[in-house]
Design a protein around this ligand. Structure first.
Ligand code: SF4
Length: 315
């Protein structure tokens, strides 16, 4: 059991991480998992540590951070495995609440069909659910779930939860080349996400070595296409592609602003044009960024988009 941080996170600001599952126990064995293959597949909830131990570790970490005058925005359950496998999660959340810091849980959503898992998560401020595939065969190929899990029940569990959850709901879709990166699957996922109505739908790519060497990130064209399909129906779509961009902070430095915006979402040609003329620069700057492999241009439905070139170890 370990609490660490605060570490900076684009989604959660300054976050103290809570690792309350021994490595690596999970209900999935995702092909892209950055923790390697699942050593112990499990779909039943059980106790790993006592809730008091979890509380003590987190409280000590919070004290240390506050003594150093560090800001803490969230206490985040983000263990080396699936957080909802911990049968004490609800009690731990209850113990941590009086610390007065918002609580987040990053879950693979596979146990959302359990009423007790949903009721534990109802008490937190921010929840992220994994939705990599809506087609069952793809779910099996990408997430490689525990044999006791049923896809329909997992999806229904998410829908039931999303209807009653009062906190901030996010979803995360990891795009793997040749598996779940087609436009057909993107349409299906976006329909499902429309029902969930997340505050933010993230499109993610593995940025560290995956469990399976052959699990490559989707390419820029597929990522942009998925973004456009999601963006038609969903309120707010953002990338998580290994760059910490902030599309809303303009520094006045054209290159920095462009790279920052395009690491969060693609930019249309017109948008780039507008930014260039504001900065009094021309398309030579864009050409240079493309030549320096920092930016890439791609098309979707006859329109040109500019996006951040993916980190070299994932391309
Ligand atoms: S759900 Fe998360 S921890 Fe579990 S295998 Fe997938 S990526 Fe790894």
């Amino acid at each position: 059991m370990k609490a660490y941080g605060p570490v900076p996170s684009r989604r959660l600001g300054q976050s103290i991480g809570i690792n309350h599952i021994p490595p690596k126990i999970c209900s999935y064995s995702c092909v892209y998992c950055q923790l390697g293959r699942t050593m112990k597949m499990q779909s039943e909830r059980r106790e790993f540590y006592s809730p008091e131990e979890v509380y003590r570790e987190v409280e000590a970490q919070v004290d240390k951070a506050l003594n150093r005058n560090e800001r803490i925005d969230y206490l985040t359950f983000v263990p080396d495995g699936e957080p909802t496998l911990d049968i004490n999660l609800g009690r731990e959340i209850e113990l941590l609440k009086p610390l007065g810091i918002k609580i987040a849980v990053i879950s693979n959503a596979s146990l959302m069909w359990h009423e007790d898992v949903r009721s534990d998560l109802l008490e937190v401020d921010w929840v992220s659910l994994k939705v990599d595939a809506v087609t069952e065969t793809l779910w099996r190929r990408v997430n490689r779930p525990h044999g006791a899990l049923e896809h329909k029940a997992v999806l229904e569990g998410m829908e039931v939860f999303a209807k009653v959850f009062k906190g901030e709901l996010a979803t995360e879709t990891m795009l793997i080349k040749g598996l779940n990166d087609s436009s057909r699957e993107a349409e299906k996922i976006s329909d499902f996400l429309t029902d969930l109505r997340p505050e933010k739908a993230y499109i993610a790519l593995p940025t560290r070595p995956p469990a399976e060497k052959w699990a490559n990130p989707a390419d820029e064209r597929a990522i942009n296409r998925t973004y456009q399909i999601f963006d038609e129906k969903l309120k707010h779509v953002e990338y998580l592609i290994g760059y910490e961009g902030n599309a809303f902070a303009f520094t006045g430095n054209l290159e920095e602003d462009l790279l920052s915006i395009t690491s969060v979402h693609p930019m249309r040609e017109e948008g780039v044009d507008m930014l260039l003329s504001k900065a009094g620069e021309n398309w030579n700057t864009i050409q240079r960024l493309i030549e320096e492999h920092k930016l890439i241009d791609t098309e979707y439905q006859g329109k040109k988009f500019y996006m951040r070139k993916l980190p070299s170890h994932t391309s």
